[in-house]
Design a protein around this ligand. Structure first.
Ligand code: FAD
Ligand code: DHB
Length: 382
């Protein structure tokens, strides 16, 4: 088998890259470890920056998002009996689930007749060929290409194909995780509520008028099976502002999952013909809603580089890693700051506690401080 760009991983990064390339007349093949149904069933991100919205639109996949997504003009911060709405002004975000983005991207790849090989295992990258060998349906296959895009998430094989002495890894593991619940109930508020509470952080989010997404901070090792729906709702109620807790409508969870929180960056994001995109190269704690958005900006930079290289200009590919990392590190900083400001750490001292309260007080009193939050939450320029 032969293609121009071999894409490892058919999540949002891989699917979006193949869509942009296909529209530029560049062939790609996607190798995905899971089944299509499995990829489509993962409930993850919910907030899109304008750059991700623009990218979906410019690739002709924005119709359903425009009809079914919700434009949000602010978020609420809650702490110690205070509630403060942060107004986004002219920098709104789009609430549209990653599951829907992935579905739109799959519909696009069906229309483009892109080859996506599912349930592929034992991928071995050949960075000299370049190409890869892999197993599917009990048989071993080989594929050659001009360039490999590693879009296979944090646990994928691509990043690990880079020799250890040619990559530097930066990591912070937070001593807690998030337990998330999806329920067919009306959202507790019109906008997202981020709550700092002595019992731990809570987030009230949504997908649509009858689909709510809630998260609570839990210990890192928590098993969602240990949480009954009632236990989750009781804990969420304790952490939300009182008026919100009173009006919370509960119901059976249709999904419940736990995610550890970490910050992680691999530098550089390129080695030879292999280019890393999205979670394969970096992870941010979800508090700032940045992961999917960073994946989309990486893809945009890489696609621009690949397209320009077709007509002999390789500068975009040469500068891909530097360009992507400049945006990544700022999002890592914002996600770290927002996580640190909103969560209870097991070893939090009284001093740390006052710092959090002061940080939130500054946000509520200073338009300049809010402006910095909005710039980052709504998305830094490409
Ligand atoms: P992935 O989505 O991880 O896709 C990688 C793909 O590669 C997967 O389909 C996987 O099956 C496949 N794969 C893995 N290994 C292999 C292999 N060996 N061979 C072949 N294929 C392989 N981001 C936001 O922007 N906003 C949010 O609000 C937000 N909220 C989040 C909430 C939670 C609870 C979580 C967990 C994440 C959240 N994120 C959010 C992050 C966001 O979901 C990720 O950043 C995004 O999925 C990254 O996309 P990706 O395509 O790079 O990686
Ligand atoms: C959602 C997830 C986030 O991490 C976030 O910051 C906001 C919303 C969500 O899943 O809706």
């Amino acid at each position: 088998m032969k293609t121009q760009v071999l894409i490892i991983g058919g999540g949002p990064s891989g699917l979006m890259l193949s869509r942009i390339l296909s529209q530029a007349g560049i062939s790609s093949v996607i190798l995905e470890r899971q089944s299509r149904d499995h990829v489509l069933s993962r409930i993850r991100a919910g907030v899109l920056e304008q750059q991700a919205v623009d990218l979906l639109e410019s690739t002709g996949l924005g119709t359903r998002m425009q009809a079914e997504g919700f434009v949000h003009h602010g978020i609420e911060l809650a702490w110690e009996g205070h509630r403060h709405r942060v107004d986004f002004g002219d920098r709104p975000v789009m609430v549209y689930g990653q599951t829907e983005v992935t579905k739109d991207l799959y519909d696009g790849s069906d229309a483009d007749a892109v080859t996506i090989l599912h349930e592929v295992s034992n991928i071995e990258l050949d960075l000299n060929g370049p190409g890869a060998s892999f197993s599917q349906g009990g048989q071993r296959h080989e594929i050659t290409c001009e360039l490999i895009a590693g879009c296979d998430g944090y646990h994928g094989v691509s990043r690990r194909a880079i020799p250890a002495d040619r990559i530097k890894l930066f990591e912070r593991i937070y001593p807690f995780g998030w337990l998330g619940v999806l329920s067919e109930t009306p959202p507790v508020a019109e906008e997202l509520i981020y709550a700092n509470h002595p019992r731990g952080f809570a987030l009230a989010s949504m997908r649509n008028a009858m689909l709510s997404r809630y998260y609570i901070q839990v210990p890192a090792s928590e098993d969602p099976a240990d949480w009954s729906d009632d236990a989750f709702w009781d804990e969420l109620r304790r952490r939300l502002p009182a008026e919100a807790a009173e009006s919370l409508v509960t119901g059976p969870s249709i999904e419940k999952s736990a995610a550890p929180l970490r910050s992680f960056v691999a530098e550089p994001m390129q080695y030879g013909p292999l280019y890393l995109c999205g979670d394969a190269a970096h992870i941010v704690p979800p508090t700032g809603a940045k992961g999917l958005n960073l994946a989309m900006s990486d893809v945009q930079y890489l696609a621009e580089g690949i397209i320009a290289a077709q007509s002999g200009d390789r500068s975009g590919l040469e500068h891909y890693s530097t360009r992507a990392l400049a945006r990544v590190w700022k999002a890592v900083r914002f996600s770290w700051w927002f996580t640190t400001t909103m969560h209870r750490f097991p070893d939090q001292s009284d001093f740390d506690q006052r710092m959090q309260e002061s940080e939130l007080a500054v946000l509520s009193e200073s338009a300049a401080a809010r402006k910095v939050l909005v710039e980052n939450y709504s998305g830094l320029p490409l």
